[in-house]
Design a protein around this ligand. Sequence first.
Ligand code: GTP
Ligand code: MG
Length: 546
Amino acid sequence: EANQRGAKFLCIIKLPVASRKVNTEVNTRKKTFTEVQTERLEQAERTVLIKCPSRLNEKKLLQYLSSHGKINSHFFFENRGIHALVEFSEKSSVASLQDVVGIPKAAEHHVVPFKSRLFTFTLKNPVTKAAQETPVHLSPQSHIPVNELIQKLYRADSISSQMYILLNEYQLTEENTKLRFLACSLVQDFARAYFPDSTVKPFGSSVNTFGKLGCDVDMFLDFHDTQEHATQMKKGPFEMEYQMKRLPSERLATQKILSVIGDCLDNFGPGCMSIQKILNARCPLVKFAHQPTGFQCDLSVSNSIAIKSSELLYIYGNLDSRVRALVFSLRCWARVHGLTNSVPGTWITNFSLTMMVMFFLQKRSPPIIPTLDQLKELADEKDKHIIGGNDCSFVSDLSKINPTKNTETLDELLCDFFEYFGNFDFRKNSLNLRRGKEVNKPESSPLYIWNPFEQDLNISKNVNQPQLEKFVAMARESAWILQKEDRTQRMINKEPWGLAALLTPFGKSNPNKMRRTKGLGSETIRSLLDSLKLSNASNLQKAVGK
Ligand code: GTP
Ligand code: MG
């Protein structure tokens, strides 16, 4: 049951080429990144969010809503009370519902005239018959705590199945993904009040197949559709004073746009709380908590390179079921041992760690995933993208990529990952995913991972020497645990084994290692203090509170 999803997926990709072609026609073809994005954004525009009373008659609610049009899907979730996400078949149903709802009296609330898609469901005559109030099924929007996960891992029969259990517990659900797209769509309603042709789209781990329940929603404001249209239409003698004042730099334009959207969300955005404008960062952004959906959001302005990175990871995550299982396990491992952190600092980020896993998978024999250069070879005319002088082309159609012949188990891959990076010559070498090769470091950063799309940039420039050393030490320790443990004995003693042993802080199950753990603790505090220089005080407070 644990690796059901993984197993099912394996069946699909292991089909011989001929039958894959047939499948393409009967619509089981894996969708491209753009197709998924377009479909989900369109669904989100037909979706509303309804706050419900704690005692609820589901049938009645759906009956009311159906009078506005056909409902495609709906689910309930808990977030400071019960909420329902309801997706209509037609966008016009949303307007129909907005037309009949009550608005709080202006005299009492001084409302701002903005029609949102957030509603509250109240009945004048609360239902009295208990039979009508069957408890609704609540779809979980967060993952189980690590200690509960570890309990589940005891029952598995191999490390591989432990890794699929972790994947199934942590990965985004269909419902959570719908909610993420809805959050973007609600922000889009707002952004369009200023910029009518803008769209708001998610990127990063919400869409790259590596997101876990509870991760932030990275979203960006996109004006590309408009710009493409504008250049296409430039045929006549007129030129339009384009939407806003001309500014001396793209960065300044980005800052101004984000500044007004930030103010707008702060003053009028329904359910938008704790807005922080971080406009002087390398990538300017507005951070806020979106209370109705419960997400922490980071809004930035369209960054084509970041979208390409999301698409590249989407492709890798869809090629082979082992890819996601390995990444999820290693992300969890890194978090447990304090190698990653939810605030920016001198530590490895989830993004860098994911790239390290991809590099490792490119280096297997035979490789499990292709290099970026190989993906570029497969690209056709419509996949061509040159961004800021960099060639970012790669194939978008997954069915053009041949499945790997590699049959290694996840047990082997996990152990070899630790061994590989435990012995990697970080002083001399860097990781180049475009070529799938270790190459000499072009400069002295402790960890150098080439940005796949901007060739002279290092995506892990922030990582300092102590953090890298900590990573190497943990990798070696983990390889040692996996190679040396007597699994049967540990199972008999009801001690954590395999992945469960790796997710238990080292030293907890073995008192001899306590001294080392204390040392690491002070290192973590030192790094947190370092991050004070990089991050602001309120972020640090969040990190310490966690
Ligand atoms: P989690 O939020 O930790 O689950 O992962 P994430 O991949 O969403 O990372 P994050 O929210 O930090 O960043 C969002 C996206 O921005 C990433 O997926 C990348 O596409 C991009 N990004 C983040 N950090 C870097 C970086 O250092 N360099 C580059 N080029 N892109 C980055
Ligand atoms: Mg993110």
